[in-house]
Design a protein around this ligand. Structure first.
Ligand SMILES: Cc1ncc(COP(=O)(O)O)c(C=O)c1O
Length: 319
């Protein structure tokens, strides 16, 4: 169990602030989970203007809805500042480019929209979801004339996993990450999440929190919405991102770990190795650094390295 020693918890005002804001977000997150996303108060930025939250709609005949022609980002703001905001916007643009979409808004315009959406909704700590999708002018597979629509929504989102700090349980995923010749793995594209949602649903039905996906070769790849790391003999091992998203959090955490003197090894990891590791965790903008306590019957004790990186990441995003 990852628990801070009680006596050290409120060692100074910063710690107190961190812990109290975390609790506040947890409670808000839990309460808001019961409110449908299309029936909330607030404002959503759509195609250059703010519209009342409940009116932020698309027509049923929208290409993005039928064919998965949509790209998006998932980001978190801490203390009023979006962590690695520009990197996320640049990845959004790159995802659009990979899918042949020409965005109507620049990086700077999306950056402004994200900041304005936070201000207009009065959020300091929130999740940020920019997206772009093909509109409704053509409804065949080809959509050359379709407007590239854009939106930015922000909302309170607590921990991605309710029992995050005690460690989550991963099942073996139903689906595998596809070959890079089969799907554009560098794009954060909506269509690629079809196998993630289904894998996560199957895992949840079995009582797990999430699933560990292998890739098309049978190598360990990632979780359904986060990258995966292991610890062996004090070194941190993570799969090479050659057919899945090289997460912004993944890169941040590797940087933190190296700065702290840990050896970080990117390599092919085979499923029969997972019993050799002592710690495991996943990383993502939504999941942040989340300890893993089980992968389909193989148990881990979230320990020193896991705790160090959870704490260091938390400090960095709020710095
Ligand atoms: C499938 C998948 N892999 C990895 C990640 C981690 O990416 P990031 O750290 O950039 O949020 C995410 C989250 O966006 C994801 O959905």
């Amino acid at each position: 169990m990852l628990e801070r020693p009680q006596g050290a918890i409120v060692s100074n005002l910063t710690d107190f602030y961190l812990i109290s804001t975390n609790w506040l977000h947890l409670i808000l997150g839990v309460l808001m989970d019961f409110v449908p996303y299309d029936d909330r108060d607030g404002w959503i930025w759509m195609d250059g203007h703010f519209v009342p939250w409940r009116e932020a709609k698309v027509h049923i005949l929208t290409h993005g809805l039928h064919y998965g022609s949509c790209v998006f980002e998932g980001e978190r703001a801490y203390n009023g500042k979006i962590f690695e905001s520009r990197k996320h916007t640049q990845r959004l643009m790159r995802s659009a480019e990979i899918l042949g979409m020409t965005p109507r808004f620049s990086v700077d315009e999306i950056e402004d929209a994200k900041k304005e959406a936070m201000a207009k909704n009065g959020f300091e700590d929130c999740y940020v979801r920019p997206l772009m999708w093909r509109g409704s002018e053509m409804m065949g597979v080809s959509a050359q004339q379709n407007t590239i629509r854009a939106a930015v929504a922000v909302w309170h989102w607590g921990n991605y996993f309710a029992d995050k700090m005690s460690g989550i349980r991963l099942a073996n995923a139903k689906w595998r990450r596809p070959d890079p010749l089969t799907a554009p793995h560098e794009a954060k594209a909506a269509g690629l999440y079809m196998i993630c949602t289904d894998s996560k649903h199957v895992a949840e039905a079995q009582g797990y929190n999430d699933a560990m996906m292998l890739d098309y070769r049978g190598h360990v790849a990632e979780a359904t919405g986060a990258n995966i790391f292991f610890v062996q003999d004090g070194a941190i091992h993570t799969p090479t991102p050659d057919c899945f998203l090289n997460g912004i959090t993944r890169q941040t955490v590797m940087g933190i770990a190296r700065e702290k003197g840990y050896e970080v090894v990117e390599r092919t990891i085979m499923p029969d190795e997972i019993g050799n590791f002592t710690e495991c965790f996943i990383t993502g903008s939504a999941a942040e650094v989340t300890p893993v306590k089980e992968i389909a019957g193989t148990m881990y004790q979230p320990g020193r390295i896991c705790e160090d990186l959870v704490t260091s990441y938390e400090a960095l995003v709020r710095a």
